[in-house]
Ligand binder design. Sequence first.
Ligand code: BG6
Length: 486
Amino acid sequence: LPVASFDCTVFGATGDLTMRKLLPALYHRHRDRQFPDTSRIIGAARGQLDDDGFRRQAEAALRQHLPADALEAATLQEFLAQLHYRPIEGSGEGGWETLAATLAERPGQVRPFYLATSPELYGPICQRLARHGALSPQARVVLEKPIGHDLTSARDINRAVGEVLPEAQTFRIDHYLGKETVQNLMALRFANPIFERLWHADMIDHVQITVAEEVGIGGRGGYYDRAGALRDMVQNHMLQLLCLLAMESPISLDPDAVRDEKVKVLRALKPIAPHEAHLATVRGQYTAGAIAGQPVPGYRQDLGGEASLTESFVALKLQINSWRWAGVPFYLRTGKRLPRKVSEIIIEFRTPPFSIFPREAVGMQPNRLLIRLQPEEGMRLEMMTKEPGPGGLHLRPTGLDISFEKTFGQRYPDAYERLLMDVVRGNTTLFMRRDEVEMAWQWVEPILQGWTDRPETPRPYAAGSWGPTAAIAMIERDGRTWYESL
Ligand code: BG6
């Protein structure tokens, strides 16, 4: 669906996110002709570049991050011609008048401002945009995660932004919500009543959510070492997945109807008090190892040899205090330098209350629903079947599989493509509301507090393994085990 012409200003225009994700996403949308050629993308950052200098950087980034067959020469040149650059001081006064004058050339345009900067600048940038009259009714401000470093800083940012911008024009992005398969969770749950009837503590034994990455901290050590896996992945992406999985049916797809239900899940999370944090969580940090046969250095080497207590892996067990979920544990784990990139949700159902099958009917396993978010997006329902043949009654699990790629056979737009177009449309459904972000911090904060009160060296795990053995012990203490679907 085509969107209106826009003037999109990207703060942090020469940074990693813009080059790696935002420009490639905008390029794809341009290539599919989703937005008119009259649109402008205005890069803003500290560096003293001109339009051509920025276009050269952008071209190099697109060549690096996009497959060669997506880069037709004519399309690329058209796209680059839509790029502009205005030097700006995010926390100073330089450059604002020029930017405001550029925007004022076209007063009626939809005006997204993408803040791909450090979160301390969100308040100051919004305040300056307001002072220079740039926050028109057509303005929409996108705030990248993390919104702050803890509850207090998140509240401060939300307050500073809220002073000059209505909530309906504030887009707090969590790119996991833009992934096709994450949106499909809503379809799975609310378009298929057969599952909804089973989505309950009476039928579900437990839930596992794994978000594993092969990559290490790369060149992002400065940011990552201050954040760690709990802030970087759990506070936002994983809690968002949990909300979609656990929420009640919203009364409509209206942005606030959906976000109201997500907030209720966050409110119902059983707090993990600081003194319980060391029992309910496991922190890990990767050491040198190998991924896909290639040797890779450890976390501290990636940091340049610094000692660090930051976790690159975290596993935790949480509970939701509600009628639907009481007594059902949710096990979450995420980490860098794990054997492969995979994000997966596993719902394990209860075993039959009584088995009529003899012991020799080996292989009895609980039913499981596997939802693969990435890569090879799909779903699999594991069911017990009888092994064919005359040799007695042997049971084994077999899967009902849906592969989205085989079924729909097309390229999936990257999450940022979808979300950027939603910004232009002004649709906030897939963005986090102020109270969601604050509620998520409120739940995470006592864990961070517990870790500070009782500092521990994160448990080492070799790059290329599934994390520290303590994470395996954590789930096995409950008589369960991490399930690997591949
Ligand atoms: C980002 C985190 O939000 O998500 C990164 O800051 C992480 O550390 C990334 O690598 C993972 O996203 P994806 O889409 O590759 O699963």
